[in-house]
Design a protein around this ligand. Sequence first.
Ligand code: APR
Length: 238
Amino acid sequence: MKKLVVLTGAGMSAESGISTFRDAGGLWERYPVEQVATPEGYAANPELVINFYNERRKQLLDVKPNRGHELLAEMEKDYDVTIITQNVDNLHERAGSSNVIHLHGELTKVTSSRHPNDPKCIRTLRPEEYEVKMGDKAADGSQLRPFIVWFGEAVPMIETAIDCVEQADIFVIIGTSLNVYPAAGLLNYVPQGVPVYLIDPKEVAVNSMRKVHVIRKGASEGVAELKALLEESGSVGK
Ligand code: APR
């Protein structure tokens, strides 16, 4: 089966009702990034940060995967699919995708505020635990913090993602403004000759000389169109 590698961003979850970051009315228009998405912000006011992620985590109980998520999961029948996502929601998994790499962490997980990437301290919250409080401790006794990669922090999964992109037979970008590195740089690791598709209702500045097949649509319609295009081009099977 051909390896289909998909890089997704906040736009993938927009049709599920989750705000993007940089669209009008987006998350960063309503919250100061420095306060809620940096280690300095967390150090200055951990309670404010913990509550910011509590709200986003609890929202997961009110939203569901959209048709775009479902179609990507269905494509596992015909392709060896890996989703590399910048999103911290669990909608790809809930739609049935079985290979999901989270570059920026996961809302459903919490960890140590002393050693955030210590596997002994990372754990998945049950829905009834979605409200983290000051005083909740990680395995190492430190305050429990969201298992989210904040600006300026290491992106431990980037090597895994690069290895995956280097094996791609087809590369697809969905719902990301390609503003944030190293995620946005993954396009540079796509082998020459591998087709690149980009699904977004708006123009995206692609910082690369590569030819990109743009599908100027939202995720649900765009993935449906991509699926048909790939079938027509005989990419299925083999
Ligand atoms: N379908 C597909 N794409 C959409 C849709 C939709 N229905 N609606 C909006 N988009 C597109 C926007 O046009 C934009 O290009 O989704 C993209 C969202 O871009 P951003 O808000 O910048 O989100 P993203 O690229 O995922 O941000 C990357 O920045 O803030 C950090 O860590 C955070 O992971 C995030 C990273």
